[in-house]
Design a protein around this ligand. Structure first.
Ligand SMILES: NC(=O)c1ccc[n+]([C@@H]2O[C@H](COP(=O)([O-])OP(=O)(O)OC[C@H]3O[C@@H](n4cnc5c(N)ncnc54)[C@H](O)[C@@H]3O)[C@@H](O)[C@H]2O)c1
Ligand SMILES: O=P(O)(O)OC[C@H](O)CO
Length: 331
């Protein structure tokens, strides 16, 4: 039986803890909120972030990083904008030999850095693995079939993580392309907001299909700018996650876009959110990077204009639709 630690007891951290426990591991999950620690240990439920799912008895919640001991793998599942701070605290007690599995999806807004680069800065010695792919927390937690990409330059580690947490209903696929796996998960959140706008404004399924396809082209371009393999972009962590997140109001990012498309105000939507819609933060930095580096990303720009600019929805849509005719290029 292996030992898995999870840092971040939001919906995804909790779902991954349940998945790892279901595979037979002893799991310790560190929650930031004392009420979440109590809820997991006493009610066997994370009633704040993943209500309605039973927590198996081989999961223990703790408040203190020091209680995580020395796991075989540590899963980092804090929201992307908090990973630097959380990792800095964690690094005070975690041994440098413990492999860290990055499960967060985003780009650091203050620096424009990929979160794997943030981890390399803050915890440079811990071997890094990325876990990404189309995976709604609730479905994975309920044991519904899910497939993910596990990427690392240390293939033996990727393999042993896959063996430790894999099971018929949670199938990992292995990759060496850490940056590619990470970028797909980070930028699809921005495009899911755009697809939500299409749904909320009832622009139709043709528009949504076109938007997903053109978003994939932008994902490929951005990925190439960071050295990602275009093939990774059409795998689970890229196209797979793009399709999932752009197709279901279960997605926090798509539902944020739907609210915008229905005419709600962004400040109102963001007020009092307790769950994270990573695309909101990623869209701002993605637009800045694309502008500075001249990466053609019109859909990402449209989302930026809606969330962080002061453009009107109808103006943003007509700007996107009246771009000059160009050649259809993906790669
Ligand atoms: N929910 C999903 O279905 C899902 C699936 C795959 C990946 N992810 C990714 O996992 C990451 C975590 O998302 P989630 O869905 O588990 O979170 P969540 O929205 O369910 O919960 C919010 C999380 O943010 C944490 N948080 C709030 N303020 C914080 C602070 N100041 N410092 C540190 N942490 C703070 C909370 O403790 C909690 O863990 C995100 O990057 C997300 O994109 C989520
Ligand atoms: O609910 P979202 O939009 O944060 O998406 C969750 C996962 O990233 C889907 O793979």
């Amino acid at each position: 039986m292996g030992k898995i630690a999870v840092v971040g007891a939001g919906a995804w951290g909790t779902a991954l803890a349940i998945t790892a426990a279901r595979a037979g591991n002893e799991v310790t999950i560190r929650a930031r909120e004392p009420e979440v620690v109590a809820s997991i240990n006493e009610q066997r439920e994370n009633s704040l972030f993943l209500p309605g799912v039973e927590i198996p008895s081989n999961i223990k919640a703790v408040a203190d990083f020091a209680e995580l001991d020395t796991p075989d793998f540590l899963l980092m599942v804090a929201p992307a904008q908090f990973v630097r701070l959380v990792a800095a605290d964690l690094s005070k007690t975690l041994k440098e030999s413990v492999p860290v599995v990055l499960c967060s999806k985003g780009i650091e807004q203050s620096s424009g850095k990929l979160i794997s680069d943030v981890m390399a800065e803050v915890m440079p010695k811990n071997p890094l693995v990325v876990l990404s792919g189309p995976s709604f927390a609730l479905e994975a937690a309920r044991g519904l079939p899910t497939a993910v990409t596990i990427a690392s330059k240390y293939q033996k580690l990727a393999q042993s993580l896959a063996e430790a947490i894999g099971q018929p209903t949670f199938r990992p696929y292995l990759s060496r392309d850490v940056v590619g796996a990470e970028i797909g998960g980070a930028v699809k959140n921005v495009f899911a907001i755009a697809c939500g706008v299409v749904a909320g404004k009832q622009l139709g399924e043709n528009a949504r299909a076109a938007l997903i396809t053109r978003s994939l082209a932008e994902m490929v371009r951005f990925g190439e700018s960071r050295g990602a393999d275009p093939e990774t972009m059409v795998g689970l962590s890229g196209l797979g996650d793009l399709i999932l997140t752009c197709s279901s109001p279960q997605s926090r990012n798509m539902s944020l876009g739907m609210a915008l498309g229905e005419g709600k105000d962004i400040a109102e939507i963001m007020k009092n959110r307790k769950t994270v819609a990573e695309g909101y933060y990623t869209s701002e930095i993605l637009y800045r990077i694309a502008t500075e580096e001249k990466i053609d990303m019109p859909v990402a720009k449209a989302v930026y204009d809606l969330l962080h600019g002061d453009k009107k929805l109808d103006d943003v849509i007509s700007e996107l639709l009246s771009r000059p005719i160009s050649k259809e290029e993906m790669f």
